[in-house]
Design a protein around this ligand. Structure first.
Ligand code: GLV
Length: 329
């Protein structure tokens, strides 16, 4: 455990598990937002101004507004693998280290992706609502028919750690794996995942199940819109495990209503936690409240890794998951 002569100040912007707070209290003076709600941008900016480090989640946007008066800030540690809430260029300019929590959530999130795929393909949510509403009077041969998962083709967009873990699950279901990634993967990883590299268009046209797991950037905002949905098979499912902004939700709602695609499973939303009301009206969709990594074991591991990163940064050691590496070299 690192020690400091004068305890540095740390903003903990969201509620964390008590064991995390105890760890931080040993090495720092804590400004704790113990409310369930995130701080407003103005509150965040004001409270971050007086600290040496901040522990945040994807709900906090760390940009020029948040950092306007943050003159002693060394590091902002995200309890999330995705870091689209960080303006990395601005943080780097301000010499503020940025870290995230990869690896520890890979398998849990891959499980979630596969679950959304299966639930969407087999109409689990729709069936359950129907059953609960008392509509089930008789078993019928043509009742609640879905589409198959086994021995079909999965198209994974974003073949990082989570994408690869999903590919390995797909292989156990006898699926053919095709993928698109900004950069083609090394041959040994392609072989390990038995995955074939294709263009985005080929993927959308060939896949029976499309899985979105890429990082969200300015370039892929609304990457999946009306044109792309029209390329998909009418029997295809779409799962978004990445970030809401990658999919044009209004286009998706239309595609689901018109049966342009079979169904969808979403864990993330454009304006979350506000949900586009149209999504609540279509039956052929499975909706989860951004819980991809939500098991106790994984969320604890994410918190501890984020604290490790934060303490390293405060102690002038290189954080394990430093994003803006140029600050170190
Ligand atoms: C969750 O969405 C994460 O990025 O960890």
């Amino acid at each position: 455990m690192s020690t400091f002569t004068v305890k540095p100040k740390v903003l903990v912007a969201r509620q964390i598990f008590p064991e995390g707070l105890l760890r931080l209290e040993e090495v720092a003076q804590i400004d704790y937002n113990d409310q369930a709600l995130p701080l407003t941008p103005a509150e965040l900016s004001q409270r971050i101004a007086g600290v040496d480090a901040a522990l945040v989640t994807g709900s906090e946007r760390i940009d020029a507004t948040a950092l306007a008066n943050a003159n002693q800030l060394k590091i902002v540690s995200n309890i999330a693998v995705g870091f689209n809430n960080f303006d990395i260029a601005f943080m780097t300019k301000k010499k503020v280290m940025a870290t995230n929590t990869p690896e520890v959530l890979t398998d849990t999130t891959a499980d979630m992706g596969f679950m959304l795929l299966m639930a969407a393909a087999r109409r689990l949510t729709e069936s359950e609502h129907w059953l609960r509403a008392g509509h089930w009077k008789n078993w019928s041969l043509a009742g609640m028919m879905g589409v198959d998962i086994h021995h079909t083709t999965i198209g994974i967009m974003g073949m990082g750690r989570i994408g690869q873990a999903i590919a390995k699950r797909a292989l156990a279901f006898g699926m053919t794996v095709i993928y698109y990634n900004r950069r083609r993967l090394p041959l040994d990883i392609e072989q390990e995942c038995q995955a074939r590299y294709v263009s985005q268009e080929e993927l959308l046209r060939q896949a029976d199940h499309v899985m979105l797991v890429m990082p969200y950037t300015q370039e892929n905002h609304h990457l999946i819109g009306q044109t792309e949905l029209a390329m998909m098979k009418p029997t295809a499912t779409l799962v978004n495990l990445a970030r809401g902004g990658i999919v044009d939700e209004n286009a998706l709602i239309e595609a689901l209503k018109n049966k342009r695609i079979f169904s969808a499973g979403l864990d993330v939303y454009e304006g979350e936690p506000n949900i586009n009301p149209g999504l609540l009206e279509v039956p052929n969709i499975v909706l989860a409240p951004h819980i991809g990594s939500a098991t106790k074991k994984t969320r604890l591991a994410m918190m501890h890794l984020a604290i490790d990163n934060l303490i390293a940064g405060l102690s002038n050691q290189r954080p394990l998951n430093l994003i803006n590496e140029e600050l170190w070299t």
